[in-house]
Write a protein that binds this ligand. Structure first.
Ligand code: ASP
Length: 278
């Protein structure tokens, strides 16, 4: 059996895989590792697409989407269009563990978070307000898949979604099967890119099903982006995947998808496979 492995989207995923592996070293579960890893990125004001300092919607308000899934039980918790809470991944976990529901949105999600001890805070920064005033494009997601040393897997993702979206818009990240999926029998995947395209192809569920029928994580990601490319052309869709053996891979339709991988003692940045130059 493989030792612990974590794989995450984008350059900022390095902080997430390192946070996840530390949580496992400290005796945490795969779920603890996903939560800890994603919290690192949510708290970083330099990351302009997740948590604090994330891109606001068209009205200048930050609305966050996040989800968490457990590979052993297929339990899922998610929040969408959640305002004013720094760690939506932790609220998503509470939805999973303390309610009978999968997804809470908007006002209801905020009320639930406040009732569970989360603090209300302004998530804009000087920089995010400046960019909003200039209306620059920004989006990305921290997606993280973790395998602990005992064959347990978990996946999570967190994002402020597409920049300057309509208030109430929900992307792929909190939608199970779209932005994330994990099954201990097979492996897991997480997505980033244009949520509207990722969702319509049930991308992460599809990646896991490709692994179930024998494809490697890398081939599975490529197969998903190929399917989308055939109908949609050069849209922004990127996936990372990790299987129960600890094998990992990543792919996008277009070139330019750095992703992070970590296993005991080290983490590194790699370039995802791609179909077209750009
Ligand atoms: N997939 C996210 C969304 O559409 C954004 C991103 O990852 O770029 O909400």
């Amino acid at each position: 059996m493989s030792g612990p492995v974590a794989v995450a989207t984008w350059r900022f995923g390095k902080g997430a895989v390192e946070g996840a592996l530390k949580a496992l070293r400290d005796g945490g579960t795969a779920l603890d590792a996903v939560e800890a890893g994603i919290r690192v990125v949510e708290a970083d004001p330099e990351v302009d697409s997740v948590g604090l300092g994330g891109a606001p919607n068209s009205e200048g308000v930050v609305e966050l989407d996040a989800a968490m899934m457990e590979g052993r039980t297929l339990r899922v918790g998610a929040v969408a269009a959640l305002r004013d809470v720094l760690h939506p991944i932790s609220v998503a976990r509470k939805v999973m563990e303390e309610t009978q529901h999968v997804l809470l949105v908007g006002e209801g999600a905020l009320k639930f978070a406040l009732e569970h001890g989360f603090r209300r805070q302004d998530l804009t920064t000087e920089e995010s307000r400046r960019k909003w005033r200039e209306w620059k494009d920004a989006h990305d997601t921290i997606g993280l898949v973790v395998l602990d040393g005992e064959g347990n897997m978990a996946a999570g993702c967190s994002t402020s979604g597409s920049a300057y979206k309509l208030p109430g818009r929900v992307g792929d990240s909190p939608i199970v099967g779209a932005g994330l999926y994990v099954d201990d029998d097979v492996g897991g995947a997480a997505a980033t890119g244009r949520g509207e395209d990722i969702m319509r192809y049930c991308s992460c569920f599809l990646a896991v099903e490709h692994m179930r029928r024998g494809l490697s994580p890398q081939e599975a990601c490529l197969e998903v982006v190929r399917r989308i490319y055939e109908r949609e052309g050069k849209v922004s869709v990127y996936l990372v995947a990790l299987d129960r053996e600890g094998r990992y891979g990543a792919a996008g339709i277009k070139k330019g998808f750095p992703y992070a991988v970590g296993s005991e003692g080290r983490s590194l940045l790699l370039e995802g496979a791609y179909l077209v130059e750009g």
